[in-house]
Design a protein around this ligand. Structure first.
Ligand code: ADP
Length: 660
């Protein structure tokens, strides 16, 4: 119904009388102009007026549409009985006419009926174009268009960057379809009219703007095809002048194939050089950088499978581009789906690439594909292969793996929580900063952690914090530093989620350092705590009671710390409470904003605690100090609900300090 509506809208403005009957057929016969959907017009205005210099992407987009149309025809011809012009060669033909200033692109693909034209060339179909408009809206200006149009793949409409007028003439593959022509100058409206064309497919004739007449030159077309469309799997013919043979006066022109049409994923690895892989990656993703990693897989048994996968250059390489994830799925070289998401688990959604198999039926329906046992087998092979490539890189090229980790480590952490079958393979791939890191990029793996752990250490320690810096400052670490026990820093939001799957590694339980019950390794008795200047039991008991009185219900208990050396207090998690990472996750998901109740531990040797004990039994200043110690501990844990509320108290404490 959508497209009928747009015709009627337009008809309302042109013929205010009876409009309800205007259909595609009427539009065809009357030649009445039809308005573009408002969004299309918006897109066209941006494209036409943009200062975007890479105008040659319009050709990439049109060739890509032709290639889609050819793939769809190939599929139809294998699954339907009756198709028009069955024996025509599947190809794309480009012909520039420098004198007339025109460029013609023809394909023998599936073609368009007049209805298809109304539906597809007047409304916004492509997700890339939608994303583009969304990004433009969000940025609040059209300026965004200048450098990012190329990333979006805005589709057919990009032709209006170079065209004064465009004619699309097409004959559908359906046996009794009628040819039609769609004409527009990209300014508000288009017309459709009946056409004469018996050959199946689509011919797009572009009347080039004066400043873009060079797109009628064969040398220009050849170079654009080589840059953007070399891997299109159908031949792209270019109409070119041939050098005149001596005996002929007139130079001749003929169609010559310009693209290499290589199905790189089916080419044996030793026959593909780095540059080819790279340009294939670029043509697949429109990413201008090198991929961080590639996985090329060809198997004969038990599956006949070809896959070429890439880890992109950066996680946000398509900041502006489409958000749809998935791999290109070919069955026996026929493209079945552009974004097939079921081959790789969700946490591997950053991987791009192509999968081609001989083992699926061509006419497998798209719903069936989701539950197919072969699909599952392929998925299994791919995941294992990707993991083994990660393992290889982690071992063989530490620096490069570090780059991959910086960009995509968070996805692997997600995998630890979600991919039960593979989590033991994922764990050694994890990397963390720790109390032994020189900087936030100095990372350790779990196997390495265990290698340098204490001989009798049977737990793996971690601290949860909001950043590397706050982890490094955590009062919980004092004891561990002193006794040279390494503590991992879990400072990313995803770490709390990861902990769902990371309870132990090689038999050693992971323990939060704020856990009330840690099974710490024996420490050297000669370096045991110096208790000579610690508070006496009697005074210490009193100060504990004071803390309890002041803090009341806000703490589960107040008690002595065995682990603090410098800080006066720390908060630990009671044994039966949800663990700190769960609490944090709940907070992140906005489920629980209340402050979890913890045990406050006091450092018996801290001079501040001692001074408090020495001071008057009760005073407003010591009350404020106790409150502030508690607030500071909440702050150190990153769970203070309202830090600004401390300001007034801190001021009064400063006043007291200055007066004293
Ligand atoms: P997209 O290709 O992403 O869907 P476009 O705006 O480029 O978006 O094209 C819109 C639609 O027009 C396509 O989905 C397709 O149905 C149709 N189309 C475009 N070019 C051709 C072509 N050469 N042959 C057949 N159909 C085409």
């Amino acid at each position: 119904m959508g497209y009928h509506k747009s015709i009627m809208d337009e008809a309302t403005t042109n013929t205010p009388t009876d409009t309800s009957t205007l259909t595609t057929e009427d539009a065809l016969q009357s030649g009445q102009p039809v308005a573009f959907q408002a969004e299309i017009q918006q897109l066209l205005d941006i494209l036409i007026h943009s200062l975007y210099s890479e105008t040659d992407i319009f050709l990439r987009e049109l060739i890509s549409n032709s290639s889609d149309a050819l793939n769809r025809f190939k599929f139809a011809s294998l699954t339907e009985d009756n198709v028009h012009d069955a024996s025509a060669e599947l190809a794309i033909w480009l012909k520039g006419d420098p004198d007339a200033g025109t460029l013609t692109i023809r394909d023998s693909g599936i073609g368009l009926t007049a209805d298809d034209m109304v539906q597809n060339l007047g409304t916004i179909a492509r997700s890339g174009a939608k994303d583009f408009l969304k990004a433009v809206k969000e940025s609040g200006s059209d300026a965004i268009s200048a450098d990012v149009i190329g990333q979006f793949g805005v589709g057919f409409y990009s032709v209006f960057m170079v065209a004064d007028e465009v004619h699309v003439t097409s004959r559908s593959y359906q046996p009794d379809a009628q040819a039609a022509t769609w004409v527009s100058s990209g300014k508000g409206e288009y017309r459709i009219e009946p056409a004469e064309q018996d050959a199946r497919g689509t011919t797009i004739t572009i009347k080039l703007k004066d400043e873009h007449k060079d797109f009628a030159q064969p040398y220009r077309l050849r170079s654009v095809v080589k840059t953007h469309s070399d891997f299109v799997t159908f031949p792209i013919y270019l109409w070119e002048q041939q050098p005149a043979a001596e005996e002929v006066d007139e130079p001749t022109a003929e169609y010559k194939i310009v693209n290499q049409q290589q199905a790189v994923w089916r080419t044996p690895q030793h026959e593909v050089d780095d540059a080819t892989y790279k340009s294939f990656y670029q043509s697949l993703t429109y990413d201008m950088q090198d991929p961080l990693m590639r996985v090329h897989l060809m198997t004969d048994a038990p599956l006949q499978l070809y896959a070429l996968l890439f880890v992109p250059s950066r996680k946000d390489y398509r900041i502006m581009g489409g958000t749809e994830m998935g791999l290109k799925l070919y069955v026996r070289k026929v493209l079945i789906q552009d974004k097939f998401a079921d081959f790789l688990p969700n946490y591997m959604r950053f991987i791009e690439g192509v999968v081609d198999t001989e083992d699926l039926p061509l006419n497998v329906s798209r719903q069936m594909v989701q539950n197919n046992a072969i699909i599952k087998k392929i998925a299994d092979v791919l995941v294992k292969k990707v993991l083994s490539e990660f393992e290889k890189l982690a071992k063989g090229d530490v620096e490069k793996y570090q780059n991959v980790w910086q960009e995509f480590g968070m996805y692997l952490k997600e995998g630890v929580a979600t991919d039960y079958a593979n989590k033991t393979r994922l764990m050694p791939l994890l990397r963390f900063a720790s109390s032994k890191s020189e900087s936030s990029t100095d990372l350790v793996s779990l196997p390495r952690y265990l290698e340098r752990a204490k001989a009798d250490q049977d737990e793996i320690y971690y601290v949860i914090a909001d950043s590397f810096e706050s982890a490094a400052r955590s009062p919980h670490l004092e004891y561990f530093r002193k006794h040279d026990i390494e503590v991992l820093y879990f400072s990313e939001d995803i770490d709390s989620y990861m902990l769902f799957g990371l309870d132990a590694f090689e038999g050693k339980t992971l323990k939060n350092v704020d856990d009330a019950e840690l099974n710490l390794p024996e420490t050297d008795s000669t370096e045991s705590e110096d208790e000579s200047d610690a508070l006496e039991q009697d005074s210490f008991d009193k100060i504990i009671t004071r803390f309890k009185d002041v803090l009341g219900e806000r703490v589960v208990d107040v008690r002595e710390s065995k682990l603090l050396t410098d800080s006066p207090v720390r908060l630990v998690n009671p044994k039966d409470a949800a663990n700190t990472s769960m609490q944090r996750l709940q907070r992140l998901m906005g489920e629980d904003a209340s402050v979890p109740k913890k045990i406050l531990e006091l450092n018996r040797s801290s001079s501040l605690i001692k001074s408090l004990a020495d001071g008057p039994a009760e005073s407003t200043v010591s009350d404020a100090v106790i409150e502030q110690l508690f607030d500071s501990a909440l702050l150190a844990e990153g769970i203070h609900p309202d830090p600004a509320s401390m300001v007034a108290r801190i001021q009064s404490l400063m006043e007291a300090a200055v007066k004293a």
